[in-house]
Structure formats: structure tokens, C-alpha cells
Ligand binder design. Structure first.
Ligand SMILES: C[S@@+](CC[C@H](N)C(=O)[O-])C[C@H]1O[C@@H](n2cnc3c(N)ncnc32)[C@H](O)[C@@H]1O
Ligand code: SF4
Ligand code: SF4
Length: 324
């Protein structure tokens, strides 16, 4: 486990959470060694930052959505359900010790029909410490979801698109925050401090290129979901980032090196445990050689700028495979 990534999560998501475990109350260094000792005995690593990508459908069409949601083709669109979610989480948890930060996010996460059941389920798992539900604030939570979110492990995290005045009538932040307050639900609205706080979405080309230096440079520049390294579970596979999910979903020929993706449901438990350990140790991923994250790092843009109604959405193709 890389200490610097754990520290980032500890100083943000763990500190922000209402739920505090005794081993977190004793400070970062204690927490770090506690996780290490646990891993030694369980022979499994913890996942620091985990995203379950629930769905690809959304109520907004943000042009620079780094998950590429508006660009998913009709055939590639996907929404999970409780049974699938449960089977995937159960399988994954057998190969990890703890999951420190567990995010549920789409697309628009509150479009997921089974979301309340899914939240209840992850709350019941001792191995999952902190849970965030990410939403764009266009949907009022259902009664069922309100009940599920009352668990102190859960934080409802509202992104801020109020800078785009065209969206004003659709953004229900105040109403949602009031509901959360009335129901003792932990919620945070991440107010955008600057007009250009988004980075442009990263593009991954489809070639069999491996360049260690470039990969390290790109990963260091990449803050997919705010942190340099995270694992994303989508349709039963673990990916290293949202752009990888998008390109793999819309192009059957998209090549991902073996170490940078794993089929959770079809991999024997021991191999999955080993893959998670290796993921934690890695300083870079081969896939990052083919990305433009370093070029993009200073290309800032306004959050929530929408694709025009008249714009026809087509999948953003990556380059044809060169040598695979
Ligand atoms: C892909 S969205 C999914 C959840 C939900 N639809 C929302 O917008 O909050 C997850 C998070 O990524 C953020 N995000 C999306 N594109 C981004 C970009 N280009 N730069 C920085 N953050 C981005 C969103 O603001 C949101 O907080
Ligand atoms: S960033 Fe925008 S388009 Fe992307 S999932 Fe969130 S609201 Fe939808
Ligand atoms: S390929 Fe690497 S650098 Fe590019 S978005 Fe994915 S994790 Fe980030």
C-alpha cells in the first residue's frame, strides 16, 4: 500500500466522514500501520480508494465529463442492479482486507433503481469503512434512499454545477441539503471555488505502447476522481480509471494490458487477491503511456458546460490499434 495515497484519503474522505473507527482516531501513522499489520495477518491488501460505477445514464450532458457519460453509445449504456452488485461486491471482498473509501457513482447515481438496497448492503459490510454517493443534485432522493443514507458511514456528495446558469432550474441543491439536515444525513455540497476547476477529460489511444517514463508522468498528472490512483468496478471488471471504462465499453478492440484490468467475476480468488496487491504496489500502469493526462493537466474548463441540444452524440473513438 502506498503511504502517500492513503494519507490523501485519510486527510479528506476519512476526516470528512461522520463515522470514526478507534484506529482512525489515533492519527494517520497509527492507521497506516494498523492496516499494514492487518494485511500481514489476513494476507490480503486493503483498497484505499474504490469506485463502483453504477450506471452510465445521466440527467446532464457535461461536455468534459471525465467519465465520458454523454458519449456512451446506446449499446454500451449500462445500469447495475442489486443482485449483480451484491455478487460483485461479495466476490471482491473475499480478496481484500478493507476498503477505506467506497464510492457509488454513475452517470447520475440517483437514477439507479436499486440504489437504496445497495447502500444498505455496503453499510452492513464491516470491511467497508466509508461510503460516498456522488450526485449532480438534479434528483430528490427517494424515501428509501433517505432511510439508507442515515447510516453514519454514508456521505452524500453533491457536485457543483451552479456556475452554469443555464442549469439553475434543474439543480436542487438547497432542497436536497435541507432534506439531509432534517433526516440527520451527512451531506456536502462541493462549491466550485474557481470558474475553471475542471480538467479536460483524458484521452487514451489504442496502441500497444509501453513507455515507463511517460506512464509515470501521466499518472502523476492524473487526478481521476481527485486522487491519482483508484480502482473502478464496472460490469464485473476492475479498471484503473473512468476513461479506460469508457474506451473498453465502446470499442471491443480496445486493448488494455493484462495488469491494468481484471475480470473480478471470472478470476479465481487467489489470483484476484494477488492482482489487488500488485495494483497497490505499482508506481505506474502501462495503460498510462497511451494517455494525454500530462498534456491535459493545465487545460482547465468550467464544470458542467453542456453539450448543445443540437449536437449529435457519437462515441469518441480512440485510434485504431497499431500493433496488437
Ligand atoms: C462522473 S461524475 C458522476 C456523478 C454525478 N453525475 C455528478 O456529476 O456528480 C463524478 C464526479 O466527477 C466530477 N467530474 C466529472 N468530470 C470532471 C472533470 N472533467 N474534471 C473534474 N471533475 C470532473 C463530477 O463533478 C463529479 O463530482
Ligand atoms: S459529470 Fe455531468 S455528464 Fe458526467 S456523470 Fe456527472 S452530471 Fe453526468
Ligand atoms: S490512463 Fe492513467 S493517466 Fe490516463 S486517465 Fe487512466 S489512470 Fe489516469
Amino acid at each position: 500500500m502506498r503511504k502517500k495515497y492513503l494519507k490523501m484519503i485519510f486527510n479528506t474522505e476519512v476526516k470528512l466522514s461522520k463515522k470514526k473507527y478507534w484506529y482512525e482516531n489515533l492519527g494517520f501513522n497509527f492507521f497506516y500501520y494498523y492496516l499494514k499489520i492487518r494485511s500481514f495477518f489476513s494476507k490480503k491488501d486493503s483498497i484505499i480508494h474504490f469506485v463502483y460505477e453504477t450506471n452510465t445514464q445521466c440527467t446532464l450532458r457535461c461536455k468534459e465529463c471525465h467519465s465520458y457519460m454523454p458519449y456512451f453509445t446506446k449499446e454500451a449504456h449500462y445500469m447495475t442492479n442489486f443482485e449483480t452488485f451484491k455478487a460483485e461486491i461479495d466476490k471482491l471482498l473475499k480478496s481484500v482486507d478493507l476498503i477505506v473509501s467506497f464510492r457509488l457513482q454513475g452517470g447520475e447515481t440517483l437514477l439507479v433503481k436499486d440504489l437504496a438496497k445497495m447502500v444498505e448492503y455496503v453499510c452492513s459490510k464491516k470491511q467497508i469503512l466509508h461510503i460516498q454517493i456522488i450526485s449532480n443534485g438534479t434528483i430528490i432522493p427517494s424515501e428509501e434512499l433517505i432511510k439508507a443514507m442515515q447510516n453514519p458511514k454514508v456521505l452524500l456528495s453533491l457536485s457543483d454545477y451552479s456556475i452554469n446558469k443555464k442549469l439553475t432550474s434543474r439543480l436542487k441543491y438547497d432542497e436536497i441539503l435541507q432534506i439531509c439536515k432534517d433526516n440527520n444525513i451527512d451531506a456536502k455540497h462541493w462549491l466550485t471555488k474557481a470558474g475553471d476547476s475542471w480538467v479536460n477529460r483524458n484521452y487514451i489511444s489504442n496502441e500497444n505502447l509501453k513507455d515507463r517514463e511517460l506512464a509515470i508522468k501521466n499518472l502523476a498528472a492524473c487526478h481521476c476522481f481527485g486522487y491519482p490512483k483508484c480502482l473502478i468496478l464496472f460490469k464485473g471488471k476492475l479498471y484503473i480509471c473512468a476513461p479506460a471504462v469508457y474506451f473498453a465499453s465502446t470499442n471491443p478492440d480496445f486493448y488494455i494490458p493484462e495488469g491494468d484490468v481484471i475480470d473480478v467475476m471470472n478470476t479465481p480468488q487467489k489470483l484476484l487477491t494477488k492482482w489487488v496487491k500488485e495494483f497497490n504496489q505499482k508506481k505506474y500502469f502501462d495503460l498510462c503511456s497511451r494517455c494525454n493526462a500530462a498534456e491535459n493537466v493545465n487545460v482547465r474548463t468550467q464544470p458542467g458546460v453542456q453539450l448543445e441540444e443540437t449536437q449529435t452524440l457519437v462515441a469518441v473513438e480512440s485510434n485504431p490499434a497499431k500493433s496488437i
